[in-house]
Design a protein around this ligand. Structure first.
Ligand SMILES: [Fe+2]
Length: 383
C-alpha cells in the first residue's frame, strides 16, 4: 500500500488510491479519525466546532491499514482507515451490510417467497438473519409453524425489533367486530393499502399472524409497491414524478384519536431509488394540493392505483393458521378479498416494528457472520 499518494490542497487533499485518485475534505478526514469515537460508548467524542481554525494537513502516510495525517495546528495526528477511504471513493459513503439491493417482484415471485419456521427465527442466528434479509431484500417473508399462543407473535416480532405501538395499542386483531374502528375489522373486501398512513411515521414492518382461518373466500393479496412504482416510472415518467414529489394528506379518526399526516405516494431515497409507497384510499383525506396541480395529479394517482389492480403484480394466497406474514409496510401493498362472515372464523393478529430496528438487527448479525443467505438459498433450492 506504499503506492498511495497525497496531494495537499487548500481545503482538502487528493488521495491517490489503488482504485484511482479521490478528493477528501479536511474537516471530513479530521472527523473520520478512529480516536474521535470512544471505544467504550462507541459514540463520537470530538466536537469539530472546537477547532480554532479550519484543519489543514501537512503530512500523510500509510501505516498498516491506516492513513496517518498530521495537521498544521495540532500535535495529534489523525488515523483514518484506508478501507474507509476506498469505500467512500467508490460509493460516496461507507459500506452498510444492510444496504442490500431490493429484489423487485411481480406475481411470479409467489413460489419464491422465503419461508422460515418460527423456531428457526427465534432459535438460530442464521434463521433470524434469513428473515431480516428477506424483508429487506424482497419486502416479504412467511414465518411458518407459529406456536398457537398469545405470546407467539411478540416472541417472533422481538427477534427482529421492539414492537412499535399504534393507536390500537401494541397489537391489533383483524376479525369481524360489532362496532369496527376500521374497514379491516369487517368481512368486506379490503382494497390494496399500506397501514397507518395517517401517522407521521407509519410503522415500517408489519407482522400478521393467522390464528384461525376457516372462512370461504378472504384470500390475502400482496404486491410489491416498489415494483409497481418502477413500472410506472418506465411507462409514464411524468406521473412518477408527480407522485414521488408531492405530499398528500391521510387521516385516521375515531372517538379518541385524530391522526393526520402528509405522505408521498411514491417514496424515493437520496439516490432516486424507489424505497416504498404509501397508499390507502380508505384513510385518504381530501387532497390539499393546489387545485391547478390536481388537474395533473389526479390522473397520475388514479393510473397508479389502477396499475396496482393489474394481475401481473398481484400475489393471492390463503392465509393458513400457524403462518405469520412479515412484510415491509412502506413497500408491500396488501389487501384482502371479501369473505362470507358466517362461513367460519377468520382471526389475524398483528403488530409492527420499524425499518430501523430491522436493519439494526441485520447489521449486528452480519457483523457476526450470519448473512441469512442460506435461508434464501434453501427456498431457491426448493423452487
Ligand atoms: Fe392492513
Amino acid at each position: 500500500m506504499n503506492d498511495v499518494t497525497f496531494d495537499f490542497q487548500d481545503k482538502g487533499m487528493v488521495v491517490g488510491l489503488p482504485g484511482g485518485p479521490a478528493y477528501f475534505n479536511y474537516y471530513w478526514l479530521h472527523d473520520a479519525c478512529v480516536s474521535c469515537i470512544d471505544p467504550q460508548t462507541r459514540e463520537r467524542v470530538f466536537d469539530t466546532s472546537e477547532l480554532a481554525a479550519p484543519p489543514r494537513a501537512t503530512s500523510a502516510h500509510v501505516d498498516g491499514d491506516m492513513v496517518v495525517i498530521g495537521w498544521q495546528e495540532e500535535a495529534q495526528a489523525s488515523h483514518v482507515p484506508l478501507g474507509l477511504l476506498e469505500e467512500v471513493a467508490a460509493n460516496g459513503r461507507a459500506n452498510d451490510p444492510a444496504e442490500i439491493a431490493r429484489n423487485l417482484w411481480y406475481k411470479d415471485h409467489a413460489p419464491d417467497i422465503v419461508r422460515i419456521s418460527q423456531e428457526e427465527v427465534t432459535g438460530t442466528m442464521e434463521g433470524r438473519a434469513g428473515l431480516s434479509r428477506a424483508v429487506i431484500e424482497d419486502g416479504i417473508a412467511i414465518v411458518t409453524d407459529m406456536e398457537h399462543s398469545t405470546e407467539s407473535l411478540p416472541r417472533l416480532a422481538e427477534a427482529i425489533g421492539p414492537i412499535t405501538p399504534s393507536a390500537e395499542g401494541l397489537f391489533f386483531d383483524v376479525r369481524v367486530e360489532i362496532e369496527p374502528t376500521n374497514l379491516a375489522f369487517t368481512a368486506g373486501p379490503l382494497e390494496m393499502h399500506t397501514d397507518l398512513p395517517g401517522e407521521e411515521t407509519a410503522p415500517g414492518v408489519q407482522f400478521l399472524h393467522c390464528l384461525e382461518n376457516t372462512v370461504e373466500g378472504g384470500l390475502s393479496l400482496f404486491l410489491d409497491g416498489a415494483a409497481v412504482a418502477e413500472a410506472l416510472r418506465d411507462e409514464d415518467p411524468e406521473a412518477f414524478d408527480l407522485l414521488s414529489r408531492h405530499y398528500i394528506p391521510f387521516f385516521y379518526r375515531h372517538d379518541n384519536w385524530d391522526y393526520r399526516a402528509h405522505q408521498r405516494v411514491i417514496e424515493t431515497d437520496l439516490d432516486g431509488n424507489v424505497t416504498g409507497v404509501t397508499i390507502s384510499q380508505h384513510l385518504q383525506d381530501n387532497m390539499d394540493l393546489p387545485q391547478e396541480l390536481l388537474d395533473r395529479y389526479y390522473p397520475a394517482f388514479l393510473k397508479f392505483i389502477r396499475m396496482m389492480q393489474e394481475d401481473r403484480f398481484l400475489i393471492r394466497f390463503r392465509s393458513e393458521a400457524g403462518n405469520c406474514v412479515v412484510f415491509d409496510n412502506h413497500r408491500i401493498v396488501h389487501g384482502r378479498e371479501g369473505y362470507v362472515a358466517d362461513s367460519g372464523s377468520r382471526h389475524m393478529r398483528g403488530c409492527y416494528t420499524d425499518r430501523g430496528a430491522l436493519r439494526s438487527t441485520y447489521r449486528v448479525l452480519a457483523r457476526q457472520g450470519y448473512t441469512g443467505e442460506r435461508a434464501v438459498e434453501a427456498v431457491q433450492a426448493r423452487a
